[in-house]
Design a protein around this ligand. Structure first.
Ligand code: PLP
Length: 384
């Protein structure tokens, strides 16, 4: 009998973009080829067609596509006229872009804490962050709740606070397009919603892309002008200061093909998340979904006692299983953001989460055999 050499375990991708390409077959290639055929690379027919389909999908009346999720956030802040002297409240436990855009328009981010159960904005801390901003001589103008890891923030509790404080609500749904909250889809939960089509997001394209979703016709019109250098009637009529923030036609074509299989992928992600939780709930703190909410599982993120995740990451890495930490440092502790106002009492939950979270491979094409290998490896590494 041949003695088989001991092989290193087959590495598992964290997000398997190639598996999705196989599932899509030739449809994406053909969609791209159609754009190469008509050569309307900027704001070609696919861009408008995609916007109509996205609006239908999420239930928002208007969709304005743009160059990235970051631009989607910037465009809304610009349209709202937010600038120097204004404060915009952001959760501290999020990706940098949420607060970065506030500073980019010349306003000041003020940080609030998140809730233990959902990792999303804490409405009580939102109030405290407004007070801190006022104390610093700023006018609180808006709040950017983040639907972190794919689960919507608690809008029924955030909206009344925002209303009382006079804040415009911009949903950062970069990770949550396709999720629902009390039978409403992300895109219809706030006056404006920004999402991202970065390849690793639940609905991703093959480059950068984003969109703003809103029911507000006037806002949509301003956004369309802003994304093309503030144009008015025609290309060389300039009515406001804007930017170059358009979505490429090729990316719109890719997204239309991906949108067709997106509902199926959301279900697959839900299955993966359920199996992870069933296999890991007794050894780690698994994600909690609020009742009435669904997640699109941009990340599947567990919590371990402080100091344990490095060991887990190393043990998994040795077996070809990648992990990631979203996010190791809360924004109010990042060097460029340290001097901005923060809610009274700070953001202790954000700080704790930053020490304890670790994300496992998550995508719609994670088969059960591979997932079992991951679950077993996590259990062994945690001594179960
Ligand atoms: C990805 C992300 C963004 C930015 O999206 P880009 O398309 O990469 O610019 C903003 N906010 C959050 C929470 C994100 O995860």
């Amino acid at each position: 009998m041949n003695q088989r050499p001991r092989l290193d375990p087959v590495p598992i991708p964290f997000i398997d973009v190639a598996a999705q390409r196989r599932r899509l077959g030739r449809s994406v290639d053909e969609a791209i080829a159609r754009v190469l055929g008509h050569c309307q690379f900027i704001l070609g027919p696919e861009v408008r067609a995609l916007e109509v389909e996205l609006a239908e999908f999420c239930g928002a009346r208007h969709v304005v596509s743009c160059a990235s999720g970051t631009d989607a956030l910037v465009l809304v802040l610009m349209a709202q006229g937010i600038g120097p002297g204004d404060a915009v409240i952001c959760p501290s436990f999020t990706f940098t872009a949420t607060a970065e855009v506030v500073a980019l328009v010349g306003a000041t981010p003020a940080f609030a804490d998140v809730e233990e159960a959902s990792f999303n904005l804490d409405p009580a801390s939102l109030e405290l962050a407004c007070a801190a901003a006022r104390e610093a001589g700023l006018r609180p103008k808006a709040v950017i709740p983040v639907d972190l890891f794919g689960q919507p923030a608690d809008y029924d509790r955030i909206m009344p606070v925002a209303e009382a404080e006079g804040l415009f609500v911009l949903d950062d749904a970069a990770q949550a397009f396709g999720a629902t909250y009390k039978n409403r889809r992300v895109g219809a939960l706030a006056p404006a919603t920004a999402t991202s089509f970065f390849p690793a997001k639940p609905l991703g394209c093959y480059g950068d892309g984003g969109a703003v979703l809103t029911d507000d016709e006037e806002l949509a019109q301003v956004l369309r002008s802003l994304r093309v250098h503030g144009e008015g009637h025609g290309k060389y009529d300039c009515v406001r200061i804007g930017l170059n923030g358009r979505l490429d036609t090729i990316q719109a074509a890719v997204l239309m093909e991906k949108l067709r299989i997106f509902p199926e992928e959301i279900l697959a992600r839900e299955r993966v998340a359920r199996r992870y939780s069933a296999g890991l709930a007794d050894v780690a703190m698994v994600p909690r979904l609020a009742s009435g909410s669904t997640s699109v599982w941009a990340q599947y993120t567990i919590r371990l006692a402080s100091g344990r995740r490095e060991g887990l990451a190393a043990a998994l890495k040795a077996q070809g299983i990648p992990t990631a930490v979203h996010y190791p440092v809360p924004l109010h502790r990042q060097q460029p953001y340290q001097h901005f106002p923060i809610a009274l009492g700070g953001a202790p939950v954000s700080e704790r989460l930053a020490e304890e979270v670790i994300s496992l491979p998550m995508h719609a094409y994670l088969d059960e055999t591979t997932q079992d290998r991951i679950i077993e490896a996590v259990r062994r590494a945690l001594g179960a």
